[in-house]
Design a protein around this ligand. Structure first.
Ligand code: ADP
Ligand code: ZN
Length: 865
């Protein structure tokens, strides 16, 4: 007897609440179905594409809906990758479907949508309308209106203007009607609209293009005459194709050469050519021109030593994790490239390279491309869905063996993974800020372990978590203590802003005296004495000398805009965002005041709307103002500014950096995005306009982030033949993070910071989860936060969980964002396991709160703001 009984499967759907849903597998699909394959299933009123998590023999559920279709012949996700996704879902307490959506190329897990069309009533129009026409059945839009509600009327009105109907979501957006469905159903019941479900796309995201290829030759003139007769355009198209080796894309033929589709179809109908779909493999980096030519460098003795240590681990059954601490310019990238080359040589294994943000690290990416050519897939967030799909396929099928990309590349489908490299492993951007809130470094370590691959974490300034793990012997520590060029690390000097301000005041008094005595202005030359302090005398002089020598400088200020604070001098009013509890930043380029959290913008006030006074002060320095002031002080210098506001377009970063590389820019200034990975030999001066911006944030990583930023940006100076100089302006020169940066002393910094975190029990000493409750009403938010914190305290006591505490709740440091109040509390734990258990239990038992409230669980948070 064959087993004809139905089986069931758990299907992961990209829905925010529950992890998986049970469906029945019809008998004809049970044979082929495997975990990791995609299925089409009914979900509420629509159809969705999900992924099979597990197949099971039975279910306790009574009513189980059937799987409608199986969409893949082989699992889209290899077994190990699915296992990894389950781990992420579990550890970060996120629905598996959302993890899979983050791991797969966009559009692979789709859902159906609803198209709404206006129904033209047959009877109401036309001369031959039957007897029903006239009084009984009113025409569209005229006098049927009395019993329609406002919402229904608004929807109908919008639909009148849309010939092919509209998506329900578009209707909601365009009309502002909140709950479109009751209104749409009532309209449909009256026969005024028709609602059609459009099935979800079930493709796996591969973009194709059409190609036309000649299949029959016409060697003689006679044959041509016979084939085309008076169809001149067909003949021209045929001959154009001959001139292109017999094949071209349809788009090229029609748009560039002007042959209509019907001409091309004519060739096909005559049996002379064939039009086929070709998988299009695009190379977005091709737009950027060839990568820099590099000779094949020989590793230095230090690099060789590190390489040997890593290569020997490749052979091990459990290669484990290595932490590579190498100062800036010590040649870590070459080590990675050599390691991967060895991996490829040894057989059919592949690798993943994670970089913080591809658009910010084009030099690194170009070096890998130069080394690995078409064996490397570049996964870039700027890629279209189709482009991502192409690269994903190429990796999945083993046509490419190495993936390089930001955070989500940790999920790249490499069939036999040999190594994962996490470059700049300390970077905060490896942590995803929405569900699933995973940390790509942690996922990399776990994935490597699952697949028997080697994990290499590299940085000049490792995260304290990794440093601690190395000290505990969990990671193998490898070091590159010197720069490859033999050049010493640049000298760092702190410039005390308090003294500088004092000196400016003194000069101002002098000047006033001079003026009183009738002396001429400008006695103090090019000093920067008006407005907020941008360049100290020390930094101004150094910049002047650097420019005189024809070298380049980098100026860092980690705050964009012109002024970060607008205030009334009379009544003290500060302009802040109506939706967020933050002050608005004045942007001079756009002449607007802007919220950096939600994007809210308003006109720049001329007078105070609270008291009517006209004296407004604009204070707090941003990059726009630095650009303007430096431009005034050094009119001959060529400046480029790089921050979020100047890098909106796809390749903007790259274009700016190209200009710097070609030495068409003398001074590059910007936010932290200029601190990473840049390797320009002519840069000999780095100036930090104000190091205190990040130091003063109320966050437990403030010191760590500041030290890392200073070490990274300092590392941009003196990478070539000439020595570098770094000047850091600060009002807190005694701070230990700055003192350590001064001496390039990571080890001392880490020791002090680890000690400081011991008392409050912050990572890496203890494990942390930040639970944030948000909602439109502050009271309800506070109440729920109190209640959940008490609930967890009760659980911890009841189960006598050791080493777990709850701290809080309290308002978040930024306690309102986008109109939602935010309260948080922390769950701290000595070990990871009980923390995970508590969070999962909370999520299962309490789910998501109702009434507009939301609970975010952020495990291993990057910040507590
Ligand atoms: P890091 O990533 O550690 O800051 P890089 O990998 O960017 O350092 O290397 C710094 C510079 O040294 C680069 O310009 C690189 O081309 C060069 N370099 C690296 N290794 C060698 C080597 N073995 N011989 C010569 N130059 C090297
Ligand atoms: Zn805002």
């Amino acid at each position: 007897m064959t087993d004809r009984t139905d089986r069931y499967c758990d299907v992961a759907l990209p829905r925010p609440v529950r992890s998986t849903f049970v469906y029945r597998l019809p008998a004809d699909l049970t044979e082929a179905a495997r975990p990791g394959m995609r299925v089409l299933v009914p979900f509420r009123r629509r159809r969705m594409v999900g992924c099979i998590d597990r197949i099971r023999a039975e279910t306790e559920l009574e009513r189980v809906r059937p799987v409608l279709d199986l969409l893949d012949d082989t699992p889209l996700l290899p077994e190990k990758l699915l296992q990894l996704c389950r781990w992420v879902a579990d550890y970060y307490v996120a629905p598996l479907g959302l993890v899979l959506r983050a791991a797969l190329p966009p559009g692979v897990l789709a859902e159906s949508s609803f198209r709404v069309e206006r129904v033209e009533e047959a009877g109401a129009k036309g001369a031959d309308a039957g007897p029903r026409s006239g009084a009984a059945s009113p025409g569209p839009g005229d006098d049927l209106g009395d019993d329609l509600g406002d919402d229904e009327r608004a929807l109908l009105e919008r639909l009148e203007r849309a010939r092919d109907g509209l998506q329900a979501t578009t209707l909601r957006r365009d009309t502002g009607v909140r709950s479109v469905w009751p209104a749409l159903r009532s309209l449909a019941a009256r026969g005024l609209v028709r609602i059609r479900e459009e099935p979800p796309s079930t493709s796996s995201g591969v973009r194709t293009r059409q190609v036309i290829t000649l299949v029959q030759g016409l060697p003689t003139l006679m044959a041509r005459q016979e084939a085309f007769g008076r169809a001149h355009r067909q003949r021209e198209a045929y001959e154009a194709l001959e001139g292109m080796d017999g094949s071209a894309s349809v788009v090229h033929m029609s748009q560039r050469l002007g042959f209509s589709r019907s001409v091309l179809r004519g060739l096909e109908e005559k049996g002379l050519a064939r039009i086929t779909d070709e998988v299009e493999a695009r190379d977005p980096f091709a737009e950027l021109g060839p990568p820099p030519e590099r000779p094949d460098l020989e590793p230095t003795p230090d690099q060789g030593r590190v390489l040997n240590a890593l290569e020997s681990r490749l052979e091990a059954a459990e290669p484990g994790t290595a932490l590579l601490r190498g100062v800036t310019g010590s040649g870590k990238t070459l080590v990675y490239m050599r390691l991967l080359r060895r991996l490829l040589e040894r057989g059919d294994r592949g690798a993943i390279v994670l970089v913080p943000e591809i658009s910010l690290t084009p030099q690194t990416v170009q070096r890998f491309r130069a080394a690995f050519g078409d064996r490397i897939a570049v996964l870039h967030s700027g890629l279209s869905a189709g482009e991502r799909g192409d690269e994903w396929r190429a990796l999945h099928e083993g046509r490419k063996r190495i993936a390089i990309g930001a955070r989500s590349a940790v999920f790249a489908p490499i069939p036999a993974l040999g190594a994962i490299v996490v470059d700049e492993e300390h970077e905060g951007s490896y942590k995803q800020s929405d569900v699933p809130r995973y940390h790509a470094r942690a996922v990399a370590v776990v994935r490597a372990r699952l697949e028997g691959a080697l994990c290499v974490l590299g940085s000049a300034t490792p995260s304290l978590e990794s440093w601690h793990n190395a000290a505990e012997g969990l990671y193998r520590l490898l070091e590159l203590p010197e720069r490859v060029t033999g050049q010493r690390l640049p000298t760092v000097e702190l410039v005390d802003l308090r003294e500088e301000r004092e000196a400016r005041r003194a000069r101002a008094i002098d000047r006033a005296d001079d003026a009183a005595l009738g002396a001429g202005a400008g006695v103090h030359g090019a000093s920067d004495d008006a407005g907020p302090l941008v360049l100290s005398r020390r930094l101004g002089d150094a910049l002047a000398r650097c420019l005189d020598r024809g070298e380049q400088a980098i100026l860092l200020l980690n705050r964009r805009g012109y002024s970060t604070f607008v205030q009334c001098m009379e009544c003290g009013k500060v302009w802040s965002c109506p939706r967020c509890n933050v002050s608005l930043t004045y942007h001079r380029d756009r002449e607007r005041i802007v919220c950096h959290h939600c994007g809210y913008e308003a006109r720049v006030p001329k007078a105070c709307d609270a008291c009517g006074a006209e004296g407004l002060t604009f204070s707090g320095l941003g990059t726009e103002q630095v650009e303007r002031r430096v431009g005034e002080l050094f009119p001959a210098a060529r400046l480029a500014r790089m921050d979020v506001d100047t890098t909106g377009t796809r390749w903007a970063h790259h274009r700016i950096l190209e200009r710097v590389r070609r030495h068409e820019v003398d001074i590059l200034l910007g936010t932290q995005m200029i601190a990473k990975g840049l390797d320009f030999p002519d840069v000999t001066l780095v100036g930090v306009i104000n190091a205190d911006v990040g130091l003063n944030l109320p966050d437990f990583r403030a010191s760590e982030r500041t030290f890392q930023l200073l070490a990274q940006v300092a590392g941009r100076a003196g990478r070539g033949e000439r020595p570098g100089e770094v000047l850091v302006q600060t009002a807190r020169p005694g701070h230990f993070a700055l003192q350590a940066a001064l001496r390039h002393d990571y080890v001392a910094f880490a020791a002090q910071e680890l000690e400081d975190r011991l008392g409050p029990g912050y990572p890496p000493h203890r494990r942390l989860a930040n639970l944030v409750v948000s909602g439109p009403r502050q009271e309800a938010v506070a109440d729920l936060a109190e209640e959940l914190a008490a609930w967890i305290r009760g659980l911890v006591a009841r189960e006598s969980l050791e080493g777990v505490d709850v701290v809080g709740p309290a308002p978040c440091p930024i306690d309102r964002v986008r109109g939602r109040w935010r309260w948080h509390f922390l769950v701290k734990s000595d070990r990871a396991a009980p923390l995970g258990a508590v969070l999962r239990y909370l999520s299962e038992r309490r789910g998501q709160p109702s009434g507009g409230l939301r609970l975010e669980i952020d495990r291993d948070p990057d910040s507590l703001l």
